[in-house]
Design a protein around this ligand. Structure first.
Ligand SMILES: [Ca+2]
Ligand SMILES: [Ca+2]
Length: 209
């Protein structure tokens, strides 16, 4: 371990390290895609089963369930933007793609759960009020239940959905989180799950192998 002398150039070794890391990344190490900061909650404030109220632009709580006591169903929509390299690796790989979301807390969720949906043919990176009810397929029905521990990440296998969308040429992969049962309990309480968003610590991410 020689001391660094004046004039000694460290750049070549740094370059070597970068080259090594890059080649490792293409040798099958996992890739991580962070959630788009355009993630959003969407609310059905008049109970007709359609979204009509977006959340604030920077939402730090991904609420799923009731936004108010026995009213205002809220769903969390989270897009992920893939670059061409990421899409190519996902398309070529036979390994799983998993969605990771951090469950912050549960509020009166006995008997309740969260179903994760994949928005099919989603256009653009943004979330609109129509994404509340936009066409989607079930990724996992009981992704989160009342027995899921709060304060940690939940992993959901999203391989089939993600590879399907990538296979259609999609570069934005969007998910929607919904509370079950519907309607939620009319129990005089707020029933909901809360997840971290892209604008908070421990944001959602996609992981591929
Ligand atoms: Ca509505
Ligand atoms: Ca309630």
């Amino acid at each position: 371990m020689g001391a660094v002398r004046p004039g000694m150039c460290l750049f070549p070794s740094a370059l070597m390290t970068l080259a090594t890391m890059t080649s490792l990344a293409f040798a099958g190490t996992p890739g991580v895609v962070p959630a788009s900061p355009k993630d959003q909650v969407v609310i059905d404030a008049n109970g007709d089963g359609r979204g009509d109220t977006p959340g604030s632009l920077q939402v730090v709580e991904g609420r799923v369930g009731e936004n108010e006591v026995d009213a205002d169903e809220v769903r969390y929509c989270v897009p992920f933007v893939l670059n061409d390299d990421e899409a190519a690796r996902i398309a070529a790989s036979g390994d799983p793609v998993t969605l990771h979301v951090y469950l912050v807390s549960k509020m009166n969720t006995t008997g309740g759960s969260v179903a994760v949906f994949g928005l099919t043919n989603h256009v653009g990176e943004g979330v609109t009020i129509d994404d509340f009810q936009a066409a989607a397929v079930v990724v996992k029905a009981l992704a989160v239940t009342d027995t899921s521990p709060g304060g940690g990440f939940i992993a959901v296998d999203a391989t089939t959905f993600v590879k399907g969308e990538v296979g259609k040429g999609a570069r934005v992969i969007a998910f929607r989180f919904e509370f079950r049962p519907r309607p939620s309990p009319m129990d005089g309480k707020i029933n909901r799950f809360v997840f971290r968003t892209a604008d908070s610590v421990n944001p959602p991410f996609l992981r591929y192998e």
